[in-house]
Design a protein around this ligand. Structure first.
Ligand code: NDP
Length: 448
């Protein structure tokens, strides 16, 4: 009989020793493996075959130099990363992040999370992530283009529609995917649409990909509320961030009759009691690429706060959609005290472990990122499907598929948690359901 707790502690110790200083990676691993005890008890062959040990070790990691020249002629050197974490269910799949905070640690935590998220979609995709410590802020279009071209000049060797399919993440949107694809096409002499997702629908991208992560996080919240005989209509909501995920989460919340009163960027947050005007946010962020602070110039009854926390504002539904560890213990206490009923994670790992624990033990319905924000990668897989069949689906059809996938993910997490006597614990349900799916494929392939 395996002592599962001791075994899991041993595995975690090895992960810490083997990946020194990589705190976010440790955090992501711990959050998953500490929920897997009941699975090891039920299926001892996973332990015998060292499936958890294998899942915690990336299949491959590539680190490379990215030299480029700015508009003034100065040379810059950035570092590029691509981690292929697990290919048991399909080619590596996951976004690219361009942000000055990016380290190998960041990419590994994201790629590890992606393993479970991608498995939950039920689609044939493995997991990966990549990016660079390049800071796109205040860079001209030409500088962004030169950076993307240099980045792809190395990355192209490691990707392909059957091998590894990157997409966007923080700092990488339609513009960057365009520059990256252009360089890939040029170097390889191939119009290989399926090598990148998040493309513009005018040249091979799927409709709804841009909206998918934000919409999906709202669909997940809607499903959690349905279980409790509640709905989104009429609820007061807060969405942190004001990037791709946040904007489309706000859009879907408004479609469903909610009022979104606050959003943010890394400089601060805006509070608009009568409800945020989404067109203003889109104009500022998607077109003019300005700071969220500029919102109050258009709406004199709105407030801008450079200090304090967006979560201090009372809300019934919270969607953290900015970045990892953005919502800590204090914010979690405030949300609970203010009567929040649902929290759906649009960003990856936005709650610190302490915050997640508090929320999990409160009355808040808690949708963890790997389930709640899986709509983006799921729609990327639908984009690959359309590229492979040289087809293009309508917005309505694709949104219906997204909604169906999010409902299935919710159901899968809910039922799995129930099977292990953890009803309502979506985090455990998500970890166990996805782990089993990846583990079974790995077992089928033997020790590789
Ligand atoms: P964007 O770059 O489009 O937007 C990120 C937003 O978060 C910006 O408004 C940014 O502000 C803000 N932000 C970043 N750091 C902080 C901070 N410390 N405090 C407050 N705001 C901050 O990225 P995405 O919207 O694509 O990604 C957001 C999150 O969602 C990430 O965790 C990402 O991994 C996750 N995600 C994204 C998917 C996608 O399809 N894009 C898929 C699944 C998950 P500023 O401009 O000032 O930096």
């Amino acid at each position: 009989m395996v002592n599962t707790d001791a075994r899991i502690n041993e595995i975690y110790d090895v992960v810490q020793k083997r990946n020194p200083g990589e705190k976010e990676f440790h955090q992501a691993v711990k959050e998953v493996i500490e929920t897997l005890g009941p699975v090891l008890k039920k299926h001892p062959h996973y332990a015998e075959q060292k499936i958890i040990e294998r899942i915690c070790e990336p299949e491959r990691q590539v680190i490379f130099r990215v030299p480029w020249v700015d508009d003034k002629g100065e040379v810059h050197i950035n570092r590029g990363f691509r981690v292929g974490f697990n290919s048991a269910l399909g080619p590596y799949k996951g976004g690219l992040r361009f942000h000055p905070s990016v380290l190998l640690d960041t990419i590994k935590f994201l790629a590890f999370e992606q393993t479970f998220k991608n498995a939950l979609t039920g689609l044939p995709i493995g997991s990966g992530k990549g990016g660079s410590d390049f800071n796109p802020r205040d860079r001209s279009d030409n500088e962004i283009m030169r950076f993307c071209q240099s980045f792809m000049t190395e990355l192209y060797r490691h990707i392909g529609e059957m091998t590894d399919v990157p997409a966007g993440d923080i700092g990488v949107g339609l513009r960057e995917i365009g520059f990256l694809f252009g360089q890939y096409k040029r170097i390889t002499n191939r119009y290989e649409s399926g090598v990148l997702t998040g493309k513009s629908p005018t040249w091979g991208g799927a409709l709804v990909r841009k909206e998918a992560t934000g919409y999906g996080a709202v669909f997940f919240a809607e499903e959690m509320l349905k279980v409790r005989d509640q709905s989104i209509e009429g609820k007061t909501c807060i969405v942190s961030g004001s990037g791709n995920v946040a904007i489309y989460a706000i859009e879907k919340l408004i479609h469903l009759g909610a009022k979104v009163v606050a959003c943010s960027d890394s400089g601060g947050y805006i509070y608009h009691k009568s409800g945020i005007n989404l067109e203003t946010v889109k104009q500022l962020k998607e077109v003019e690429r300005k700071r969220i602070k500029a919102y109050v110039n258009e709406h004199s009854d709105a407030e801008y706060h450079a200090e304090g926390s967006i979560w201090d504002i009372p809300c019934e539904i919270a969607l953290p959609c900015a970045t990892q560890n953005e919502l800590g213990e204090e914010a979690a206490k405030t949300l609970i005290d203010n009567g929040c009923i649902a929290l759906s994670e649009g960003a990856n790992m936005p709650c610190t472990p302490e915050a997640a624990r508090l929320i999990q033990h409160s009355k808040i319905a808690y949708g963890p990122a790997k389930a709640a924000n899986a709509g983006g990668v799921a729609t990327s897989a639908l984009e690959m499907q359309q590229n492979a069949s040289r087809d293009a689906w309508t917005f309505e059809h694709t949104e219906n598929r997204l909604r169906e996938i999010m409902c299935n993910i919710h159901q899968d997490c809910y039922e799995t948690a129930k099977e292990f006597d953890l009803e309502g614990n979506y985090a455990a349900g998500a970890n166990i359901a996805s782990f089993r799916r990846v583990a079974d494929a790995m077992l089928a392939f033997g020790v590789i």
